[in-house]
Design a protein around this ligand. Sequence first.
Ligand SMILES: Nc1nc(=O)c2c([nH]1)NC[C@@H]1CN(c3ccc(C(=O)N[C@@H](CCC(=O)O)C(=O)O)cc3)CN21
Ligand SMILES: CC(C)C(=O)C(=O)O
Length: 351
Amino acid sequence: MACSTRVGAWTTRLLRVGLFAEESVLFSNNAPLRRGHCRCLTTSRRTQQAVESNKYGGGGAPINKVTLPTLRRLKQDKMPITMVTAVDYPSGVAVDRAGIDVCLVGDSLAMVALGYEDTSQVTLDDMIHHSKAVKRGCRRAFMVTDMPFGSYEVSPQQAVQSAIRLVKEGGAEAVKLEGGAEMAETIKAITRVGIPVLGHVGLTPQRKAGLGGYRVQGTTGEKAVQLLQDTLALEEAGCFAVVLEAVPSLVAHVISKQVDIPTIGIGAGPGTSGQVLVMNDLLGIFDRFSPKFCKRYAELGQITQHALSEYAAEVRQGLFPAQEHQYTIKPLEYQRFLELIGQEEPLEAYA
Ligand SMILES: Nc1nc(=O)c2c([nH]1)NC[C@@H]1CN(c3ccc(C(=O)N[C@@H](CCC(=O)O)C(=O)O)cc3)CN21
Ligand SMILES: CC(C)C(=O)C(=O)O
């Protein structure tokens, strides 16, 4: 029984990778598998079809597009939902190629892409501009855009108008907004016009000043109850999932068990239905702060710095461009060129 459950989970896992990764090493005939007993799955017809169908059809939606039912199914199958932020076309492409389920155009782009101190100054127009770029690269993942501070708090009407712009102009498939029970009416108004809403409780960065900084939330019994009530209110209001940010793992786990919708954690431990990180943090290209919850999977900041310094040094030393980076002209044409401009002396050879 336990064994078949495990194989079942692995079937799902393998199918997901096959469905979503553009060049899946797991499916090449002699690629090593992490679990030997699942090798038979690599040759199953369904899997093969999944790999072959993993191509974008002429301008239409990719065959294996992630939708709300996909996310519900992942939670049902106890498969962790993966979510990461993107801010532009290349990061959108990277999310899609990695087979990430949800691509968040988070308002953290204020800090990681625009250099603001916090997320308070980023505008709806900024979010639309970045969403458009991400969407051009990210077509398979489900794209959610953050409603920026000031674009939804005034009234449900204001929120609906802003959400419609994010969908219509930015290409968002859903919107995310921060806050608990007090946002219920707003969430109902947005979902009523057919726009899915992702909730966000715990550390809500747009309320940084009110929270007294970027601090862990729900750390007392009473505060944890409040967090649970807020999450239940968001579910009741119609959110398709809720982000839990910077809360103790035990609290996030209990909350996740109490709601039917998926919970996506950032600094909320492994007991949620999924995880989200800011791409710049996990790639090591943001160094203004490093929250405890962030794991750096690469040091691209260092790699970038090294590459740029080396380029500058090579240009200064005359090592770049080398022969292989240059275009040529036929000798006779070059001769003709010199004659036409009346230049008799051939130039000195390059240094
Ligand atoms: N690059 C980036 N990554 C993020 O995760 C992120 C942003 N930007 N911008 C918007 C918010 C701000 N976030 C933050 C920022 C700092 C901490 C932080 O330093 N937290 C302390 C907690 C201290 C405590 O309360 O004990 C930590 O040590 O993790 C947490 C979340 C999350 N969001
Ligand atoms: C940290 C994530 C959840 C976010 O809200 C953002 O990137 O803005």
